[in-house]
Design a protein around this ligand. Structure first.
Ligand code: PXP
Length: 260
C-alpha cells in the first residue's frame, strides 16, 4: 500500500428479515417477531434492514413495515413492486430507500431483474414520486449495460445488481458459467459507478460469494436474507451476521485473509 492510497470503504450489510416473518406466518401468531430480529441484526453489525412487502403479504405485513420504520435506528430499505398500492404505503411510511423489484405471484422469490427497458414508461412516475418525498430509489436489475444506463436515465439513485445467476452457477458447480457471471457483475458495477449510480448487490449471497464479491470496489452495499436466516438456525442470527461481516471485510481487504 502506498502512502497516498485510499483505504477501501467497508461494504454496508443490509439484512433482509423477510423469512423471520415467513416462519411467524407458518403458525399465524406473533412469533418470531421480525422487528425483534431487525434489532438483533443491527446489534450484531447490520448497517440497515431490508424487508419486502409483497402483494400477497406472504411474509412481511403492513404493520411490520410501520413498526420497522418506527423502531429501528438504522436505514430501512423497503423492497416493493411498482404498484399504486405499494407507492401509497411507501409514501406514508417514508423508508430511507425503496428498491423496486419485479413481482410475480407464482414465484418463490424474486426471479430476475426488473425489466427497466420494457417498463420504462411505467416505472418513471413511480421513481419520481418516491424521490419527491425524499426516498432514495434503487432498481433491482440484471448487471448489463442497457438496464444500468436506463436506470440512470429514469432517475434512480442506486442500482442493485442481481447476483442470482452467479450464485446459482456456483451452487450448480458450473465453473465456466460462474466465471462469466462474475465478470458480468464486475463490469456491471464499473458501468454503474461510472454513470454516477450507487452500486448494491443481492440475491443468493452466502459467506463465500459475499467475500469474493466484496473484492469489487464499486459495491457499497450487499442485501442478504435467506442464507443468513438459514445459518441462524444453526449458530444464531448474531453469529451468522458477525461471520458475514468478517467475510465481507476480508474480501474488501480490510482484515487479513486468515482472520475468522
Ligand atoms: N435484494 C433483493 C432486491 C431481493 O429481492 C432479495 C430477495 O428478497 C434479496 C436482495 C436477498 O436475497 P437472499 O434472500 O437470497 O439473500
Amino acid at each position: 500500500m502506498t502512502l497516498d492510497s485510499k483505504r477501501p470503504e467497508r461494504i454496508r450489510l443490509g439484512v433482509n428479515i423477510d423469512h423471520v416473518a415467513t416462519v411467524r406466518n407458518a403458525r399465524g401468531g406473533a412469533r418470531p417477531d421480525p422487528v425483534r430480529a431487525a434489532m438483533l441484526a443491527i446489534g450484531a453489525g447490520a448497517d440497515g434492514i431490508t424487508a419486502h412487502l409483497r402483494e400477497d403479504r406472504r411474509h412481511i405485513r403492513d404493520e411490520d413495515m410501520a413498526r420497522l420504520k418506527a423502531e429501528i435506528a438504522k436505514p430501512l430499505n423497503y423492497e416493493m413492486a411498482a404498484t399504486a398500492e405499494m407507492l401509497a404505503i411507501a409514501r406514508r411510511i417514508r423508508p430511507h430507500a425503496c428498491c423496486l423489484v419485479p413481482e410475480k405471484r407464482e414465484e418463490r422469490t424474486t426471479e430476475g431483474g426488473l425489466d427497466v427497458l420494457g417498463g420504462q414508461n411505467h416505472l418513471r412516475p413511480y421513481i419520481a414520486e418516491l424521490k419527491e418525498v425524499g426516498i432514495r430509489v434503487s432498481l433491482f436489475i440484471e448487471p448489463d449495460r442497457a438496464p444500468i444506463e436506463m436506470s440512470k436515465s429514469l432517475g434512480a439513485d442506486i442500482v442493485e445488481l442481481h447476483t442470482g445467476s452467479w450464485c446459482h452457477a456456483i451452487e450448480a458447480g458450473d465453473t465456466a458459467k460462474a466465471e462469466t457471471e462474475f465478470r458480468r457483475l464486475k463490469s456491471g458495477a464499473a458501468i454503474a459507478a461510472a454513470a454516477g449510480l450507487e452500486v448494491h448487490a443481492g440475491h443468493g449471497l452466502d459467506f463465500e460469494t459475499a467475500e469474493k464479491l466484496a473484492s469489487v470496489s464499486e459495491f457499497v452495499e450487499f442485501n442478504i436474507g435467506h442464507f443468513l436466516m438459514g445459518e441462524a438456525v444453526f449458530v444464531g442470527l448474531a453469529q451468522a451476521i458477525a461471520t458475514m461481516r468478517l467475510a465481507m471485510d476480508r474480501g474488501r481487504g480490510l482484515i487479513p485473509v486468515d482472520a475468522r
